[in-house]
Design a binder for this molecule. Sequence first.
Ligand SMILES: Nc1ncnc2c1ncn2[C@@H]1O[C@H](COP(=O)(O)OP(=O)(O)O)[C@@H](O)[C@H]1O
Ligand SMILES: [Mg+2]
Length: 242
Amino acid sequence: MTNTILSVAQLTQVVSIGQSDQTTTLLKNISFTVQKGELVSIVGPSGSGKSTLLYCISGITRPTGGTVAIAGINPYQLKPNQLAAFRRQTIGFIFQQYNLIQSLPVFENVVLQQRLSHQQPQRAEIKQLLTKMNFAGQIDGPVATLSGGEQQKVAIARTILTDCDVLFADEPTGALDSASKAIIFTYFKEMVAKGRTVIMVTHDIELASQTDRAIVLKDGQVQQIVTEPTLATIYAALDQVV
Ligand SMILES: Nc1ncnc2c1ncn2[C@@H]1O[C@H](COP(=O)(O)OP(=O)(O)O)[C@@H](O)[C@H]1O
Ligand SMILES: [Mg+2]
C-alpha cells in the first residue's frame, strides 16, 4: 500500500521561442515522488524552472514529455470538464502573482473557489481567518488598492479555504513580512499534520530548511533532493548550482 500522492516521471518541458522553429528546454528529465502528508520545497536560482515545474506537476501546464500522477490520476488525460472538477476537488494553487480579480472586493476574492464549488461561504470564518493572518485591509474593500503582502494573504486565504488534498504554492511568502510569513508557514505545517500535502516553491532558504525535503533545481534539472534539509545542506546543494 503506497502513500504516494504525487508521482513525476521523466518530465520534460520544451517550448518554442520566437517565430522560428527554435526551441528551448525549460525542464529536463525530472523524476520524483511525494508522499501524502509531506511538506516539500522547491528551491533554485531565478530562472531555474521552479514555476514551470510547479505548473507542470499541478495540472496547469501540460509537459511535452514524461508523466504526472496526482492521487493516482494523470491530469493531462482528463477531459477539460473532468480536469476542472479534479482541480477544484483535489488541488490548491497559490500563484506567485496572486491572480486576484481586481474588480472584486477582498471577501469575494476569498470565497471565489467556494462559490465555484457551490459551498456556502461563512463570513465569520473568513473574517477570523484573515484576522489570524494579520490581514490589514478591509474585508469589503477593493483588492486593487492593497499592498502586495495583503494581496498575497487574500490569495492564500482563498486557497486555504478549499481544503485541497495537495497544495501547490509559488513563492507564497515572497511579499510577506516575517511575522505573517511565520503564520502562513504554521498553516502549512498544520495542513500536513492533518495528512494533506504541500509543495512550495521558495527562494527563502530559512523556510525551505523547515520542510521535509528540498528539491534543488538547476537549469531545469534536479540537482539534488535534500532530505530533512538544514540551512547548511541546502546551501551546500545550491553552491553546486551557482
Ligand atoms: N513559455 C515560455 N517560453 C519561453 N521561455 C520561458 C517560458 N516560460 C518560462 N520561460 C523561461 O524559462 C526559464 C525558467 O522560468 P521559470 O520557471 O519562471 O523559473 P523560476 O520560477 O525558477 O524563476 C526562465 O529563463 C524563463 O524566462
Ligand atoms: Mg518563479
